[in-house]
Design a binder for this molecule. Structure first.
Ligand code: NAD
Length: 494
C-alpha cells in the first residue's frame, strides 16, 4: 500500500497547516483508497488568506506592477503550465478519476487561457467623456475590483481556475482560491507554479477544506469584493446569501441539463459522435453534458443505434491508462446518485438501450457503464435532474416547435446542441433555445476567446472572452475642472 501524500495550503507564499492541524483525506476514484491528505481550513485560516491577498494587492509589490508586467507574469505561468502538463495531469487524474488523456490535453489548453488574459492585461482602458458641462473634463479609470474569492468544484479544476485567476490577475487583483474538498490537489500543485512564475506571495492563495466553514468564511469575508463561483445550484444559493454580508459582486457558473436536437436532415455520424462526446466524455461529469437528446423520428433509430453501438465499445478502465476511454466517477456519492436515478427512471417507463449498471469486471473504484435510456414523453427522473454521470435520456420527436418547447422545458440553460444541414433551420432554432451556449453541428467546444455561461438556474455572468475581464474591474469616474476662474459660491444664483 503506498503512503498518503501530505499536502499543505498556500497562504501569503507559505505552505501551512490548518489551525489545530485538522486534515481531510482525498480518495482515488479508481480504487476508493485514500492517496493524499490536506488541511481542513477554519474561518481563522481563511481570514489569514484574505488578509494576505488584500495586503498583497494594496501594499505589496503587486500593487505597483504595470499591466504589462502582470501580463508577462501570466505568460510565464502559462509556459510553466504547458511544460508541466504531464505531471499536473497525473495528479488531477489520481484525484478526480478523469482520464489522463483528457487531463493532459486540457491542461495544455489551459495555458492558452492564461495567454489570452496575459495579452489582455494592458488593453484594459478607460475613456474620456464628451461631458455636457463647459470647463469640466471627465475620464473613467478602470481599477482592480478587490480581493477575489474563487470557489471551484472538483471537475476541470485548472480550467475553472484559469477563467477566474487569469482575468483577476490581469486586472491587478489578488485571489483566494477555495479548492474542492473532494479533489484539492491539482490546485495546490498549481499554487507552486504561481510562486515559480514570480507572482508575488499573497497574490494567489489556495485554501482547502469543507464548504462550511472554509467556503462560507471566504464568501462572507468583509474584505472580499468579488466572488466567482462554479458548482451546484444549491451551493450557489448559499453563495448569494453569503454575499449579502459583504456585498461582493457575484458570478455563478452552475449546472445544466442541456438538450441536443437532431433533425432528420442531419449527418447521422456527426450527430452520433456529438452525442457520445457530449455524454460520455469525462464520464458525463461535465456541466455542459448534453444529457437530453431529442431525435426526429425519421433518423432516430439510425442515430441512437450508432450511439448505442459506440457506447458498447467504450473501453472503461484505469484513468491513468492511455488506452482507457472512460474512467470512474469522481466520488462514491456521485455513483450512488446515478444508480438511484437510473433505477427510478426504469420504474417510470424508461427503457435501457445500453448500460444501466457498474461494469462487472471493475469491482473496485466508482465505475458506471455508459447508459442510454429511451424515455417516454414527459420524461423521467434521469431526464430532469442533473446527474453528473454517463447517462443520457433519448426522446423521439416529429415536430420542430414541439422539440424546441421540450428542449427549453428545464430549470437550466447552460448549453444546447443542434444537428441539421439546413442553414435557415439552424439559425431559427438557435434563436429560440434558452441557453448561454449553442453548438451547431458540433458539441463541447470551448475557447478562451468565447464567453461561457448560462441562463436561468445555470447561473449568471460569463467566463472567458473580453466581457469576463471587465467583471474583475470597477470604474472610477474622475471630474477635473479645467477653468482658471475660481469655483463660485454655490448659494449665489447666477
Ligand atoms: P458543489 O456546489 O458541491 O461545490 C462547489 C464548491 O463550493 C466546493 O469547493 C465546495 O466546498 C464549495 N462550497 C460548498 N458549500 C459552500 C458554502 N456554504 N459556502 C461557500 N462554498 C461552499 O459542486 P461540486 O459537486 O463540487 O461540483 C459539481 C457541480 O458543479 C455540478 O452542478 C456542475 O454542473 C457544476 N459545474 C459547473 C460548471 C460551469 O462552468 N457552469 C463547470 C463545472 C462544474
Amino acid at each position: 500500500m503506498s503512503a498518503i501524500v501530505p499536502y499543505r495550503m498556500l497562504i501569503a507564499g507559505e505552505w501551512i497547516e490548518a489551525e489545530g492541524g485538522r486534515r481531510l483525506e482525498s480518495l482515488d476514484p479508481a480504487n476508493g483508497a485514500a492517496w493524499a491528505s490536506f488541511p481542513a481550513a477554519s474561518a481563522a485560516d481563511v481570514d489569514r488568506a484574505v488578509r494576505a491577498a488584500h495586503q498583497a494587492m494594496t501594499e505589496g509589490p503587486w500593487a505597483r506592477t504595470t499591466a504589462t508586467e502582470r501580463g508577462k507574469a501570466l505568460y510565464r505561468l502559462a509556459d510553466l503550465l504547458a511544460s508541466r502538463a504531464d505531471e499536473l495531469a497525473k495528479v488531477e487524474t489520481r484525484d478526480t478519476g478523469k482520464l489522463i488523456r483528457e487531463t493532459r490535453s486540457q491542461i495544455r489548453y489551459v495555458a492558452d487561457y492564461f495567454r489570452y488574459f496575459a495579452g489582455a492585461a494592458d488593453k484594459l482602458e478607460g475613456a474620456t467623456l464628451p461631458i455636457d458641462k463647459p470647463d469640466l473634463f471627465v475620464m473613467t479609470v478602470r481599477e482592480p475590483i478587490g480581493v477575489v474569492a474563487a470557489v471551484i468544484p472538483w471537475n476541470s479544476q485548472l480550467l475553472l481556475a484559469a477563467v477566474k485567476i487569469g482575468p483577476a490577475l490581469a486586472a491587478g487583483n489578488a485571489v483566494v482560491l477555495k479548492a474542492s474538498e473532494h479533489a484539492p490537489t491539482p490546485l495546490l500543485e498549481f499554487g507552486k507554479l504561481c510562486l515559480e512564475a514570480g507572482i508575488p506571495p499573497g497574490v494567489v492563495n489556495v485554501v482547502t477544506g469543507l464548504g462550511d466553514p472554509c467556503g462560507k468564511a471566504l464568501t462572507t469575508h468583509p474584505l472580499v469584493a468579488r466572488i466567482s463561483f462554479t458548482g451546484g445550484a444549491e451551493t450557489a444559493r448559499h453563495i448569494v446569501r453569503n454575499s449579502a454580508e459583504n456585498f461582493a459582486v457575484v458570478t455563478l457558473e452552475l449546472g445544466g441539463k442541456s438538450p441536443i436536437l437532431v433533425f432528420d436532415d442531419a449527418d447521422p455520424e456527426s450527430a452520433a459522435n456529438g452525442i457520445v462526446a457530449g455524454n460520455f466524455g469525462a464520464s458525463g461529469q461535465s456541466c455542459v453534458a448534453g444529457t437530453r437528446v431529442f431525435v426526429q423520428s425519421g433518423i432516430f433509430d439510425e442515430v441512437m443505434g450508432r450511439v448505442a453501438e459506440r457506447a458498447k465499445r467504450i473501453r472503461i478502465g484505469d484513468p491513468l491508462d492511455d488506452a482507457s476511454e472512460m474512467g470512474p466517477l469522481a466520488t462514491r456519492g456521485q455513483l450512488d446518485h446515478v444508480e438511484r436515478a437510473v433505477a427510478a427512471s426504469l420504474t417510470e417507463g424508461a427503457t435501457l438501450l445500453n448500460g444501466g449498471c457498474r461494469p462487472a469486471a471493475l469491482s473496485k473504484g466508482w465505475y458506471y457503464e455508459p447508459t442510454i435510456l429511451a424515455c417516454p414523453q414527459g420524461g423521467v427522473t434521469a431526464s430532469r435532474e442533473e446527474l453528473f454521470g454517463p447517462v443520457l435520456s433519448a426522446f423521439r420527436f416529429t415536430d420542430e416547435a414541439a422539440a424546441i418547447r421540450a428542449a427549453n422545458d428545464t430549470e437550466y440553460g447552460l448549453a444546447a446542441g443542434l444537428f441539421t444541414r439546413d442553414g435557415s433551420r439552424s439559425l431559427r432554432v438557435m434563436r429560440q433555445l434558452r441557453a448561454g451556449i449553442v453548438w451547431i453541428n458540433t458539441y463541447r467546444a470551448v475557447s478562451p476567446i468565447a464567453p461561457f455561461g448560462g441562463y436561468k438556474s445555470s447561473g449568471f455572468g460569463r467566463e472567458a472572452g473580453q466581457e469576463s475581464l471587465l467583471d474583475y474591474t470597477r470604474t472610477k469616474t474622475v471630474w477635473i475642472n479645467s477653468s482658471t476662474a475660481p469655483v463660485g459660491d454655490p448659494f449665489v444664483m447666477r
